[in-house]
Every structure is written in C-alpha cells, then in structure tokens.
Design a protein around this ligand. Structure first.
Ligand code: 0RA
Length: 367
C-alpha cells in the first residue's frame, strides 16, 4: 500500500485535502482531466481500451488459477458487462482506508490486485491502469461480486460511489461482474465495434489456452431473435495460433513445433511453423501484450533458432557441400512463429509498450 501513502503525501500538499476518501476521488479527478495520460486516447482506441482494462483483471484471475470463463457483453445502449467466474473482488474491510476492499479497488488509482502479495500481476493492458480508471471515465458503473455465498453490489458515477457496498442476495457461485457506460462527454464516440472486440478476444484465447471467452452483442439479433454471440476457446494455445496464422499457406512441415517452459518465475511459450513462402513473421507477446517492435524475447528466440538449427545441420554434415555460409535469416524463411512470455515485472521501451527492453526480477521474485 506504499502507493496509497505516496498519493496521500502528494495531495496533502494542498492543505485542503486531509481524509483518505477525498484523496481517492482526487486521484480519479486527475484521470478525468487528462484521460489520454491514463488510457492513451479518447478516440475509438481509448474507448475499446476500457474493455481491456477490465478483461485484464479477469485474465489475472485466470492466470492465478481461479477463473475459467470470461463473458463480454455489449448492451443495447453500448454499455459493457465483463463477467468472470474468479474469486470475486474482496469485499471485506480494508483496514487502512476503513472501507470495503471492493470500494478501494473500484475508486483508488492503482489499487488493483495489490492486496495479494503472493500472486503477481502478469496480465496488463497497454497502460495497465486498472479498473478504477475505467470507473473514472464512466458516467455509470456497477460492480457485482459473488463471494462467500453472497451477492455484493456497489454503483458509481464518474468514479464516485453512489451507494454503499450492499448485500443484495445469496449466491452459490463466485465471480465478478463489472458493467460500465463510457462517459459520452469524454469519448469522441461511445459506439463499440464488435470486430475490434472479437479479434482481440480470439487472440487472448490463443494466448491463454483453456480459458473460455465469449462475446455477445445485444444490439444485433439473428432471424430467430437470438443475440449475436461467439465463443473463443483454444485447447492447443499457440500451436493453434500459428496454424490459424498460416491457414491457406502451403506447409513445409507437418505439425508446428511447440515448446513451453518456466524458469525464475518467467513463463515462455513458443510455437513455430514453416510454409513455402520466403517471409518471416514472428508475433510476440509479453503478458498478453503484443510487442510489435519485438525486444529481448524475440532476439533470444532468433538466436536460439539459429544456434539449434546450425548445430543440428553441422552435426549431421548437412553444410558439407555448401559453397556459402548459412545465415540466421536462412533459417527464418517461411517461418511463422508466436513467442509469448509471462514476466512478473517487465520493462518496456517507450510509452506504447511496443518493445520488451529487458527483464530483471525484483528481489521479491528472486525469493
Ligand atoms: C484483489 C484480490 C483478489 C482478487 C481480485 C482483486 C480480483 C479482481 C478482479 C477484477 C475483475 N475480476 C476480478 N477478480 C478478482 C484475491 C482475492 C482472494 O484472495 O480471495
């Protein structure tokens, strides 16, 4: 909770603001004043980014081993519900702030999942600012938590609680349902695009094998009166991702090569396939974020391919008759690969997180 302390210290400089709760609102006021600083932009990209901030929290629950399904619903009025079957946001009293942990997560900047020191946050949207930012930028938000046999609900407007955390019923299930209406005074457009959401959810299903994702659009009905809906689920993960990327191309090898490993708290998964074209296409992800400019993980992968294939060819005398030196590029002609790493505290180059710079585990993670 050092972050909260820092926030307090900054705000008390003003003299007027003493109580914790007022500072929490101050933090979210800053988000409304300069939304671009928190979610990148207020155009359609920023609008969709709100969904990813919420979905990322649910994916963290999945990565922690507690969530198997995430549903995203576009309602008729373009409000969004993200529903997961994770443990549910804790609702007990937050000792320091003397209010429900649910209210803290929803209204305090960067309060995200920091209660639980044992499970680090590995998923993370482009800006990783958390659900409280989405709340600040929503004209209305509702959190419904199913936990410990009960249903807890709290509602907000522009990030400010409109109700206490109320128990509204009983439930035999666990999970979190977040519904929000993006603020039309902040976003250039508040109309969601089905395909933008569908493409990323499909990608997320490959990156998180075994996780069921669903998208439902209540704005559109088919001839039977049913809402437009799609499931995204991948049992095979990256192996299926490269097969999807190479669909329609002629295969040079029967099956993709698929490797996985975990060391020093860093998870690595790679799938690679060869086709008969000369093009190299390597897609890379760090904590589910697409690193379009590559980085340490992609450089390492390229070197590994070069080293392993060179050694194999050398050991088997395959280079004997060659009159030229085989280069790394030669091993990557027709290669389609997906490299995905999950790192506790990644360092990125630049604002857009387009490039993984290096990784240095914190003392806590080194254990
Ligand atoms: C803080 C701590 C725990 C879970 C969560 C946050 C959590 C947040 C979100 C946001 C959307 N879905 C979520 N699910 C869980 C751990 C709770 C525990 O130890 O029981």
């Amino acid at each position: 909770m050092d972050e909260l302390k820092e926030q307090e210290q900054v705000k008390t400089g003003d003299g007027n603001y003493g109580a914790n709760n007022i500072q929490a609102l101050e933090g979210l006021e800053a988000v409304r004043k300069r939304p671009g600083m928190y979610i990148g932009s207020t155009d359609t990209k920023g609008l969709h980014h709100l969904v990813w901030e919420v979905v990322d929290n649910s994916i963290d629950e999945h990565l922690a081993g507690y969530c198997s399904q995430i549903d995203v619903i576009i309602h008729k009025d373009n409000s969004i519900t993200v529903k997961d079957d994770g443990r549910g946001i804790p609702t007990g009293m937050h000792k320091k702030l003397q209010k429900s942990a649910l209210e803290v997560v929803m209204t305090v900047l960067h309060a995200g999942g920091k209660f639980d020191k044992d499970t680090y946050k590995v998923s993370g949207g482009l800006h990783g600012v958390g659900v409280s930012c989405v709340n600040a930028l929503s004209s209305h938000m509702k959190a419904e938590v199913h936990r410990e046999g009960k249903i807890f609900v709290q509602e907000y407007s522009e990030g400010k609680p409109q109700t206490t955390v109320d128990v509204v019923g009983e439930s035999t299930e666990n999970g979190t349902w977040i519904t929000f209406m993006p603020d039309a005074t902040i976003f250039e457009s508040v109309v969601y695009n089905y395909d933008i959401l569908a493409v990323r959810l499909k990608e997320l299903s490959y990156l998180n094998k075994g996780l069921k994702l669903n998208l439902t659009d209540e704005r559109e009905k088919d001839e039977n009166g049913a809402f437009k809906t799609e499931d995204f689920y991948s049992e095979g993960g990256l192996r299926e991702f490269v097969e999807y990327l190479d669909a329609g191309k002629q295969r040079l090898i029967d099956q993709p090569i698929h490797v996985m490993g975990k060391e020093d708290n860093v998870e690595v998964e790679v799938a690679m396939h060869y086709n008969t074209t000369f093009k190299e296409s390597i897609f890379s992800f760090v904590n589910n974020i697409n690193t379009r400019e590559g980085g340490t993980h992609v450089n390492g992968f390229r070197r590994a391919v070069n080293r392993v294939f060179s050694k194999y060819a050398e050991d088997n005398g395959m280079f004997k008759k060659l009159k030229f030196k085989v280069s790394g590029e030669d091993f990557r002609e027709g290669l389609t690969a997906v490299v995905s790493v999950k790192v506790p505290e990644p360092q990125f180059k630049g604002q857009t997180k387009g490039c993984l710079l290096y990784t240095s585990p914190s003392p806590r993670d080194r254990g």
